[in-house]
Design a protein around this ligand. Structure first.
Ligand SMILES: [Cu+2]
Length: 216
């Protein structure tokens, strides 16, 4: 019984320490919402969103803007995206409008990507490597994970790792199309992009293994 109380106190302190640092820059509406989020008071969060429905889209946009500021700590970024996503989800539930939540998810995805790589080569075929994962712990990645190419060009994913990888683009936040079969160690898979768009892709096996191809 006693240990349960300590676990609860610890959980509250942890969530406070996640959300507190960015509170200073929040509007009253967001502060009220973050209070409800800290205590996981869904009813209150819902009431706040419903009472301020017309203001929610601009509120979420300003949360995203704060999360995109360079130099912000990972904890603050996480807290802001977490709050923005929660607010946008409740907004979708009450208004039926899906665009806002999609926007948060895209921003959140993009915040985890590396710098955009625009190859200059005229080959029309670009390589994304899946390097050998780290022995000290899983570090499954795509290199580069943020690539921009032109319509009609192709990307070859080369698996230099000793694990298989299966990935696909998420039509929920971008364009569908990529659907890699299981790429065995030493194997590769080529895909030609016939349509322009933004392809956000994830590996089904390894959480956090993500990438994006932008086709102009
Ligand atoms: Cu994987």
């Amino acid at each position: 019984m006693k240990s349960n109380i300590w676990i609860a106190i610890f959980a509250i302190i942890m969530s406070l320490s996640i959300i507190m640092p960015v509170r200073a820059e929040l509007t009253n509406l967001s502060r009220e919402f973050s209070d409800a989020l800290i205590t996981n008071d869904t009813k209150k969060m819902n009431l706040i969103v419903m009472a301020n429905n017309s203001e929610i889209p601009s509120e979420v946009e300003s949360i995203l803007k704060a999360a995109r500021v360079s130099g912000i700590s990972e904890e603050d970024k996480y807290a802001l995206f977490h709050m923005g996503e929660k607010m946008a989800r409740l907004y979708m539930d009450s208004s039926g409008e899906r665009g806002l939540l999609k926007d948060v998810k895209r921003n959140r995805f993009e915040s985890k990507l590396g710098k955009l790589v625009e190859p200059k080569s005229k080959a029309g075929i670009y390589t994304v490597k899946i390097p050998m994962s780290d022995h000290k712990g899983p570090s499954y990645t795509f290199k580069p994970d943020n690539l921009q190419i032109k319509k009609g060009e192709s990307v070859v994913w080369v698996n230099e790792d000793n694990h298989s990888h299966v990935f696909a683009s998420m039509a929920v936040i971008g364009d569908g199309g990529i659907f890699a079969p299981s790429i065995e160690p030493g194997g590769s898979w080529k895909y030609q992009f016939k349509r322009s768009g933004e392809y956000f892709y994830i590996c089904f096996i390894h959480k956090g293994m993500i990438g994006k191809v932008t086709v102009k």
